[in-house]
Design a protein around this ligand. Structure first.
Ligand SMILES: [Zn+2]
Length: 81
């Protein structure tokens, strides 16, 4: 009877630890995940291309929408040719 109790206790502790480590990993991933716009601004010296017309231009001048870069507001959210 005592062994059974210990088994369930150990199982409960294991489950709690598993959940805690999972939650912590998720929180860490969220904290480290860079916002798309922040990363694009860091690499401002690099070139990017318009998702609509394919024009190459400095990434610092890009208009960001839905994780894509566009050369001008007129091309934002337009599909590729
Ligand atoms: Zn364009």
């Amino acid at each position: 009877m005592m062994m059974r109790l210990l088994f369930w206790l150990a199982l409960a502790v294991l489950v709690i630890f598993a959940i805690r480590s999972k939650v912590r990993a998720a929180a860490r991933a969220q904290a480290e995940a860079p916002r798309p716009n922040a990363r694009a601004e860091i690499s401002a010296e690099s070139m990017t291309s318009c998702a609509h017309c394919g024009l190459h231009f400095p990434a610092s001048e890009a208009i960001h929408a839905d994780g894509l870069d566009y050369c001008s507001p007129a091309h934002v959210r337009l599909p590729p040719p």
